[in-house]
Design a protein around this ligand. Sequence first.
Ligand code: ZN
Ligand code: MN
Length: 487
Amino acid sequence: MKYEPIICFETHVELKTKTKLFCGCAVSYGDEPNRHICPVCTGQPGALPVLNSRAVELCVRTGLTLNCSINKRTRFARKNYFYPDLPKGYQISQYELPFCENGFLEIQDDNGNPYAVGIKRIHLEEDAGKLVHSSESFDSADYSLVDYNRACIPLLEIVGDHERNPLRSIVQAKTYLDKLRQILKYIEVSDCMMELGQLRCDVNVSLRPRGSNSFGNRTEIKNMASFRFILEAVQHEIKRQAAVLDAGGQVEQETRLYNEMKKETIPMRSKEDAPDYRYFPEPDLVEVVIEEETIEKIRNSLPELPDDIVQRLTTDYDIPYNDALVLTRDKQVVDYFDKCASDCKDARRAVRWINRGLFELMNDASISITECKIAPEDFACLINLISEGVITETIARDVLADMFKSGDAPKTIIEKKGLKPIQDASIMEGIVDKIMSGNPDVIERIREGETKLIDFLLGQVMKESRGKANPKTARELIMRKFEENAD
Ligand code: ZN
Ligand code: MN
């Protein structure tokens, strides 16, 4: 394509606090409507907000993680607009002095090189309530009800910087969103459950001729809560704008909505009807002063981040890069691995068995690692049994499936199911003899030089023993038979 897209996200994230941003009401999901409300979060006259210090802490925590500078003096501002889900008629947000500015999130660009995506600012604001329409679509609804449980839940707004390393492809946009969400979960500022609306995005898209330094007119697509739809919308918008430019036209600067059914963006409002929010400093709250000491304390409480863990796994355990990436997607999985690794003789094998075997079982059962019944030390024990050649990988798969269901230790299961490998040499020899005499044509071809067929014999032996033969011993035995009968 002759155009380069410039993509910038404004990401809203609901913080994981116990109570709301300016009152003591519980942050809670899925309860009956309007159960967690009070005069403050429903905007009753005379009610005054009191700032939740935990929300400030989580905001600073996010800012430090995303390499921002933290403003020591900040303040809140009123953003005025009318909407039924906004009981006060204004939202308490931040304007000139946000908590965090000038950060970045490092991702890999399309060539695998590090690329520090600019983050302009991160500010704290309150969420609005939620409208519940009497029918599926707003247009056909007879009435709408409003639920204020969500009103005043603390919300971070993470704003991308279109001038400092903006995202320039769909792949980068996806990488950015995935990584942002991963990190926010790692540092435990939000659960980022998209189905609950805990992470929502607005996205700005513009095009410019490749190599150009200026910017084209941008459109903003509002309020999306699914990565799939966000990326679809961006893709559609790039195509649509390219067609406008190709036809010699000009892209309107406007706000659009993505129609998920029709898979297209539609105009919502133009620049001319853009609301004037008449921001002014919030008179009901004092300036917030953050001490250097507080910032340092928060910095010291940050956990190891995914990039550092990938580095540690690849250097300390020689784990392949891609396996390390898969393992670190979820912090709980890393914790599980770390617990295994201390008891485990082969960390590479452990990662492989977590990423393939365990993940497959967890996916099939749709559970997470924290719900998995297998104790890390039992998992480590299973890996050791394979490494020591006590059981074969085939048997180990059986044992793992059983451990997953029962939560029993591997040795208990091996005992119970009689899965102990064949130790008795005469039994082994009997099986090998049976297979070899049953396949005279194969034997002949191996003698004539088709040595690859030894693997076939070995496979037959493993099958006959129902996986209980030790493949190393079995192979040695087959080779010896050939030598013995060489003439
Ligand atoms: Zn309240
Ligand atoms: Mn906002």
